[in-house]
Design a protein around this ligand. Structure first.
Ligand code: CLR
Length: 265
């Protein structure tokens, strides 16, 4: 086969090392590009968020969110989520190998994975001391989201963020984990599953490499567990969206951002 001869179909077309990072140097390069892509698309640096931790919503501001109508608050959150998803799409584009997948497969991976990566990223924006998330410029507790009328989803999402924070991942670990959440050959509707699998293996070796380097190999099992939780959170999100679009078809149809509809509806 091509592989046994040391040449493969991608030689000369794109950086072949990005798909076959067999040597340590190539794994290092793969990790470096994923970490760079994460840094460039993560909106806020950890230190910036740290400095903003004291900014909490006032009683009045919380009441203003709570007195919004269900559809008003949904539309507001859908816009915020779509912003975050847009950065995840940018992140994906710079994962070595992602661009070499077909348009169809790129979209299939983003449809199922972008929301999951947003939830992984949420842990960077989360303050475990008071259970608040950075939203609309300040830190918000679950009560801010009351008018969405999906308290179970919000509680589960906050719980997940709390659990992710407990792992105390470094930025590099978050970057590689996010990439692995996205590049998953088990997602439905993939055309070229084996190609996705090759990219997935390279990202897996990157994650294993940095966990080994950090002397934290035991994290891998916990991270795979988190992937299961992410899956159930996202199906809960889809369930809620379905419920919402039936109840408020006009808002869902004409006021939700096009990307949100394209990926989730
Ligand atoms: C995630 C990390 C991103 C920045 C960001 C933007 C919007 C935030 C999101 C983070 C976390 C989850 C969030 C969201 C806005 C609304 C959503 C707080 C911090 C909550 C969970 C409500 C979901 C409602 C849907 C059911 C519509 O880089």
């Amino acid at each position: 086969s091509h592989d046994m001869m040391g040449i493969h179909p991608y030689s000369g077309l794109e950086d072949p090392y990005s798909l076959y990072p067999h040597s340590l140097r190539n794994i290092d390069e793969l990790c470096a590009s994923i970490v760079r892509s994460h840094r460039e698309t993560s909106q806020y640096r950890v230190e910036e968020l740290q400095a903003l931790r004291w900014k909490l919503f006032s009683r009045e501001e919380i009441q203003a969110y709570q007195s919004k109508s269900v559809d008003e608050m949904w539309q507001h959150c859908a816009i915020r989520l779509t912003d975050a998803v847009q950065f995840v799409v940018e992140f994906a584009k710079h994962i070595p190998g992602f661009r070499m997948l077909s348009q169809n497969d790129q979209i299939a991976l983003l449809k199922t994975g972008s929301m999951e990566v947003v939830l992984v990223r949420m842990s960077r924006f989360f303050n475990t001391e008071n259970n608040t998330v950075f939203f609309d410029g300040k830190f918000a507790g679950t009560e801010v989201f009351k008018s969405l009328a999906c308290g179970d989803l919000i509680a589960a999402v906050f719980d997940f963020a709390h659990g992710m924070c407990a792992l105390k991942l470094t930025e590099q670990q978050i970057a590689l984990f996010s990439a692995l959440v996205l590049i998953n050959a088990d997602r439905p509707c993939l055309e070229d599953r084996s190609k996705v699998q090759r990219v997935q293996r390279s990202v897996e070796s990157g994650l294993t490499h940095i966990l080994h380097r950090d002397n934290q190999e035991s994290l891998i099992h916990k991270l795979y567990q988190k992937m299961g939780v992410l899956r159930s959170l996202c199906s809960l999100h889809m369930e809620k969206l379905h419920w919402f679009s039936q109840r408020y078809p006009l808002t869902a149809h004409s006021l939700f951002p096009p990307l949100y509809k394209e990926l989730f509806a």
